[in-house]
Design a protein. Sequence first.
Length: 175
Amino acid sequence: MNIRLLLAIATPLFAATIFSSCDDDDDDTSKLNSYQENKEYGEKFLMEKRTEEGILESSTGLLFKVNTFNSKGIRPEDGDTIYAVVTGNKIENKQNEFRYDTIKGPMQGQVKALTEGIKYMTVGSDFDFYSPYYLAYGTVTYEGMSRDPKMTVTVNPYSAVKFNVKLLGVKKLDK
């Protein structure tokens, strides 16, 4: 095959591929348009939740409720390994429960809502966190386990999420 013909065909295709993959703003805009209902529903849910008795709010917009607080428990910090039971509910026109079960992992390995919220807890505490989409899974789709191990739950982009966390233990970072 003639090299000029090959270049004449390949160059425009290559350029189109490069430029279309760099256009993230259009992808986010079209994704927002298709999931606008989730975003609006979550915002309305959180606005109503703010007015309930016992609901606290952080500077980031994370809402939380203290169900049980152990005043003598250890408080986790960045770098610590946590042991917790986490249950989630997606908030998209209906609440579907999904779960993490018992998690063991570094504080930084969690979604932003959990990384922030667990720092307010002590071992033995039980909190509910109500997370805006940007502190949960953001603009991506999350596939998680449901209570039924044969099923998965999809949390769509721009969805608010409720997490219930029971903090069972903390392994402090060796300094």
